[in-house]
Unconditional design. Sequence first.
Length: 338
Amino acid sequence: MLDLEARSLRVTAGDIEFLDQTQLPQREAWYPCNTPDQWQAAVTSLAIRGAPLIGLSAALVLARYANEHPSADWQAVSARLRATRPTAVNLMHCLDEMGACFAAGPKAMSQRAAELFAEDRALCQRMAERGAELLVDGDCVLTHCNTGALATAGVGTAIGALAVAHQRGTRLTVFVDETRPLLQGGRLTAWEMADLGIPYELICDSMAASLMAAGRVDKIMVGADRICANGDFANKVGTYMLAVLAHHHKVPFYVVAPYTTVDPQCQSGADIPIEQRNPAEVRGVSGAFGDVSWAPKDAPVWNPAFDVTPAELVTAWILDTGVFKAADIARGVHMMRP
Ligand code: MRU
């Protein structure tokens, strides 16, 4: 397999390693991800996370497995990987691409996994450039969860747009939602903003409304885990709340994603499976900073990892394939590749 390198995933002499995102920003620790079991453990704990990265890492692990076990049932392994996180469709996209190579054999699978990796880097760049064009000097942009280099093979999706605009000299301030329960904003996006040199302020999720009411948010840019044919989309829980607030306060609300996040089989948001996660994530927090639990030990919890934002609340979908408005979707333009 070719050597590959991204911010949180790398392949060296055939060995796959990931940067454990649960330990950031306190510790930068890399671990092997050479087997389906290692991959499943890392993806379940969100040590490997972010829609594109989940799919790319699955493709690489499946290719390595096929090379090491040429007569095993690759389809069964693929099915196991597919079931690990149900919402982000990039995982299904990458595994479908690998499945299409089964007949050509393990070498072809390695080649295809490396191509998917390189493609994601290019898709990130394209959508980030499109997104950057919508940002103007002095903009204050609110973002949610983590959509940067950590979550992709390239510059990222929504954060990619911020990074490209910043590199072009557009002065920005970014409001970073901490993103309860797993704090991808407070831990990862804040870290990436500092790394990129973009001025930012960290807020608790519940502060977004008063920030918008005070007129301090010019735009909202978020990523997506699955975009339906009608434009409804799933993203980290809390995104829908921001979209409702943005509508009320007349703040433009943009979704930035690659075509690999579009699922034309899902007609609307009601068709998206939403992952339910461990109640302990809401009863407290864990990380390299330690474990804290504040709720009663058995407090009943509802913990959906994602929510669905209806298309009517979206100003535009910014993809590598173009910038789309509701009117485009209504007249049948689809966001996938032609
Ligand atoms: O549960 P996570 O951390 O994998 O969720 C990630 C998100 O919701 C991101 O916004 C989404 O994957 C887009 S990332 C480029």
